[in-house]
Design a protein around this ligand. Structure first.
Ligand code: 5GP
Ligand code: ZN
Length: 112
């Protein structure tokens, strides 16, 4: 997707502080962190939002969550929050699926 910000980060056309990369996923630090540690973990496959997932994406999205767990473990982040925003009203601003991984502070529930 040529006009997708996160596809451009994947293609290294826009810089980001990359924490992890493999052939399927990329993890980089959020530019406006909401916690002391705030990563975005994305599939390299361009899917706009969780609501667009198909059955064929079942293992991809499972592996994405496992990557989040592995990255948290590697950084010794014991407690963390994982968030997907799907759609404008849910707060999604970038329409390429991304899993927020937030850690390093006490978090309230429900979120504001
Ligand atoms: P959303 O609101 O769609 O769930 O999350 C999008 C996230 O992308 C936001 O937390 C925002 O701060 C982050 N973001 C937006 N533009 C950039 C950018 O150019 N680089 C990085 N690293 N993060 C970005
Ligand atoms: Zn994209």
């Amino acid at each position: 997707m040529s006009d997708c910000l996160f596809c451009k980060i994947i293609e290294k056309k826009i810089p980001a502080k990359i924490e992890y990369e493999d052939p399927e996923f990329l993890a980089f630090y959020d530019i406006h962190p909401q916690a002391p540690s705030h990563l975005l973990i994305i599939p390299k496959k361009h899917i706009e939002q969780i609501g667009d997932l198909q059955d064929v994406d079942e293992t991809l999205i499972g592996r994405l969550i496992l990557r989040a767990k592995q990255i948290a473990k590697k950084n010794s982040w014991k407690d963390y929050r994982l968030v997907f925003n799907s759609g404008l009203e849910a707060g999604q601003t970038v329409f390429h699926i991304h899993l927020h991984l937030l850690s390093g502070r006490k978090m309230d529930w429900p979120p504001g």
